[in-house]
Design a protein around this ligand. Structure first.
Ligand SMILES: Cc1cc2nc3c(=O)[nH]c(=O)nc-3n(C[C@H](O)[C@H](O)[C@H](O)COP(=O)(O)OP(=O)(O)OC[C@H]3O[C@@H](n4cnc5c(N)ncnc54)[C@H](O)[C@@H]3O)c2cc1C
Ligand code: SF4
Length: 596
């Protein structure tokens, strides 16, 4: 086994007097990929990241046992993670008028929350307003990729050509054939583990060794195959066989993956700094400036083209300008929309790239909540096995509205799930008895539980949008984002179906049902926000072309999930990176030809 013990890539001095070939805003999956592709094409790139660079391994501590932590992983007193009920009964900004010193999104309330206290934003500094929304943000080098769940899925033409399939919304300006080679590049460069299933609606990747299903997961796979449904090992953005990258190690299944929020401190799981940014620095073409909050894309008054980015230093609160020939925004779906809307000028009075009035609109994501928990009786009393030292359980892909047509809703949903022994025994809170008998019951049942929860496509609708709040500002005086967003009947009907099919499948597999969740979680819960600057062929109804290039400003690109035309029900990060790779290759070609 290889543990990573290498010196970090050398940071170059930041010279703001020069004009860079490109400035990239944001260092997560999208910005990191832009930095990787452009620097490997020889372009001189400045990467601006709003958050800090922290010694991430010291935060994550994947090998730490709960008893080694002074509070068993809990955050210090005075810190609070917003609870489900608070999201539903209160209005954003959720941290307003609270007595807590620090307030974090709900992810800070997962077991072992102390590990994310320097990763998630403090909601007190970062308010937002409007309709209820559980917004999870990570402001640091690498963004949310430091703690993402790593389910790495491809989209298919059921997604890219959704309108053609069922008449709803818009088709993407690309098809699967356009993006397939870039999915392959992402797979091979970053590593992905999984098992080939040959499903047209969930294309296979260039997989490395897959994780083994546990006994209960395997039993579910066999049973559901009879219904024509697939239970496949979690497709993880994790290298199990290793990749050529001195900052990363291959997974040896010993970490916090199944145990708490928090990434992988040996970087077997993909994160943007070790996967993309440090290797980009090694090319000598990347300059990184952290603590740099972009608040305006600057425009050349003569041409209307982007000429750079104005940013506030989060530490000294001073404003600086970075000059560049091309501006690439990858600050994540919602922050990118905010930045475009903030960038008002004579030439772009509604915000840059917004002549269509579609920036901030057509927001979409995944709806979550419904699912089932059950007990596999035959597994009660089994000897314990190491089941949670792996990057995930199983994925059950979409089966609705493919060949069939469901009454009540369009599009589909998939389930993420898992079964087997975990660090905290499932069912311990509900087990009857006390003393020795209680412990025996808990131990005997611990490995026999299985559960799954759905992720459904939220339809992109123009009425679901974000704009700038006219009065509320963040700690640096930058106008906050205001949400105008609600689930529709389609999501509600889909969730009813999700709960029913979760029950049906467990019953079919002979799993004893312990509970079926029917409730939809708050908007935003999936952390898969998409679609605020969508791609399209018509500049009147879309913001970007098929290369994520602004229709209005040809040297402006937006390479994150904001460009997605629809949400699919598959998790978005692998698609974000494949698209960004494709667009940045095109960008580099155009740059060399002098077309930008
Ligand atoms: C707990 C959790 C689990 C998840 N699980 C999965 C999963 O299993 N599968 C999946 O596909 N996805 C998952 N996701 C989502 C995944 O993390 C995101 O899709 C992905 O990180 C998006 O990449 P991004 O670059 O657009 O945004 P981010 O990763 O959020 O990066 C954006 C970066 O931009 C910076 N930034 C923001 N505003 C500015 C500004 N004004 N100036 C400069 N910099 C700025 C931020 O600080 C951040 O570093 C999960 C996320 C979380 C938090
Ligand atoms: S199981 Fe693998 S990917 Fe997950 S934390 Fe452990 S080593 Fe990292």
């Amino acid at each position: 086994m290889t543990l990573v013990r290498v010196a970090l890539a050398q940071e170059r001095e930041v010279d703001l007097s020069i004009t860079y070939d490109a400035v990239v805003v944001g260092s997560g999956a999208a910005g990191g990929m832009a930095a990787h592709v452009l620097t490997s094409q020889g372009m001189k790139v400045l990467l601006l990241e709003a958050g800090k660079k922290i010694p991430i391994e010291q935060e994550l501590r994947s090998m730490e046992w709960p008893y080694e932590h002074p509070r068993r992983g809990e955050m210090p007193p005075g810190s609070h993670a917003i609870r489900h009920n608070e999201y539903n009964i209160r209005q954003p900004p959720y941290a307003k008028k609270t007595a807590f010193k620090h307030v974090y999104s709900y992810v800070g309330g997962w077991g072992g929350s102390d590990y994310v206290k320097n990763i998630l934003v403090d909601e007190k500094d970062h308010p937002y307003t409007g309709t209820r929304y559980a917004w999870v943000r990570a402001r640091l080098l690498g963004g949310k990729t430091n703690i993402w769940g790593r389910l790495a899925l491809r989209l298919s033409d059921y997604d890219f050509k959704g309108k053609t399939h069922d008449g709803y919304g818009e088709d993407w300006p690309i098809s699967y054939a356009d993006i397939e080679p870039y999915y392959d590049k992402v797979d091979l460069y970053l590593g992905i583990s999984g098992y080939k299933e040959n499903l047209p609606h969930l294309p296979d990747s260039q997989f490395q060794r897959h994780n083994k299903l546990t006994a209960s997961e395997l039993m579910l796979r066999k049973s559901l195959a009879k219904m024509g449904r697939t239970v496949t090992p979690y497709r993880a953005g994790v290298t199990t066989d290793g990749v050529k990258n001195k900052y990363r190690s291959k997974c040896f299944g010993r970490g916090a993956c199944g145990r708490r929020p928090g990434g992988c401190d040996i970087h077997a799981a993909f994160d943007s700094p070790t996967g993309l940014i440090y290797p980009a620095m090694d090319t000598g073409n990347l300059t990184l400036r952290t603590n740099s909050i972009a608040h305006e894309i600057l425009v050349d008054p003569n041409t209307g083209k982007a000429r750079g980015v104005s940013f506030v230093d989060s530490q000294n609160h001073r404003t600086y300008e970075a000059k560049a020939r091309v501006v690439i925004v990858g600050a994540s779906t919602l922050e990118s929309a905010r930045l475009l809307l903030l960038s008002k000028s004579r030439q772009h009075p509604n915000g840059i790239g917004n002549s269509s009035n579609h920036v901030g609109h057509n927001f979409c994501e995944h709806v979550m909540g419904p699912g089932a928990t059950g007990l596999v009786k035959e597994l009660v009393g089994r000897a314990p096995t190491l089941d949670d030292g792996k990057p995930g359980g199983f994925y059950l892909p979409r089966f609705r509205n493919l060949q069939d047509k469901q009454p009540g809703f369009v599009r589909g949903y998939g389930f993420e799930g898992g079964g087997g022994f975990g660090i905290f025994p499932d069912g311990a809170f509900d087990a009857p008895g006390f003393g020795g008998q209680f412990k025996k019951t808990v131990r005997e049942h611990a490995g026999a539980f299985i559960s799954m929860g759905g992720f459904g496509e939220v339809l992109a609708r123009y009425e679901n949008y974000m704009d700038l709040d006219p009065t509320v500002k963040d700690r640096w005086g930058i106008p906050a984002l205001r949400f105008h967003y609600q689930f529709s009947d389609n999501e509600k009907k889909m969730c009813e179906d999700m709960a029913a099919t979760a029950r049906e499948m467990f019953e079919e597999a002979g799993v004893e049902i312990i509970g079926v969740d029917k409730e939809m979680l708050t908007e935003g819960w999936s952390i898969h926000e998409l679609g605020t600057a969508r791609m399209g062929t018509d500049p009147k109804t879309s913001v970007l072309n098929q290369f994520q290039q602004s229709h209005d400003v040809r040297n402006l690109f937006v390479v994150d999930g904001s460009s997605h035309v629809s949400a699919s029900c598959q998790n978005p990060t692998w698609t974000i990176m494949a698209l960004a790779w494709r667009s940045c290759e095109h960008l580099a070609d155009e740059f060399k030809r002098g077309n930008l």
